[in-house]
Design a protein around this ligand. Sequence first.
Ligand code: FE2
Ligand code: FE2
Length: 246
Amino acid sequence: MNNLLCTDSTLEHQLISARNRGLLLIEHIKIRNLIQAGCQTREVQKVIYELAAQVLDSVDHKPRFWHRQILRVGEDTINPYSSQVKNNVIQPGDIVFFDLGTVLNMEVNPVLRIETDLGRSMIVPGPNIDPDKVKICNDCERIFLEGKAYYLQNQDMTGKDLYEYISHLARSNGWQLSSQFHSGHLIGVFPHERILGNTQFDYICLENTKPMSAPDKFGNKRYWILETHLVHPHKLFGAFYEDLLL
Ligand SMILES: [Fe+2]
Ligand SMILES: [Fe+2]
């Protein structure tokens, strides 16, 4: 049993289901063409917030985020989560990434609110796009998938092992990891940082020498988010991808 009367298999199911609804939000952002040259970051963030209320269908139509909404554009894409989002005007050919950490009420047990965490990158259409931009966006998703496959083959690896693997893949493809100290973290029932803890053992980082398969303090399975945030070694752009390790 989970700490909040939610069996592990139910939590797993709900995490996947919440994640799929989060993906729907991303599809709506794309279909509605919200990321366009000439728009300001702050304007787009506001529209995404309003869209989240409709698409995620929260009980009171008030979208909730467990971490602040990130939408980075152009040179701002090299900055880590801890850096304040800049209110830039989107330019043709810019890399844009968003990072949506939403919280969803689930039908199975409306008392529980389940966290999602999804990051994707895209390139705004424009003339003469730098091929490195296309490559870094593609590599970002591919390195995420390689990291996920590596984790799924050996879930007893430590957070340090997976961080080092992602770092190795980034370097061997010609990129750097962003200055953020980690490449992922726990996810679960909201707010996981308070329920489960917020130490180095709850992150995919060099300091986490515990197996990722180690149970939480209630004896339950832990679930992870993997983040790949690649940065060009000398040009001012990066790309970001994150998703559930399930
Ligand atoms: Fe996130
Ligand atoms: Fe995250």
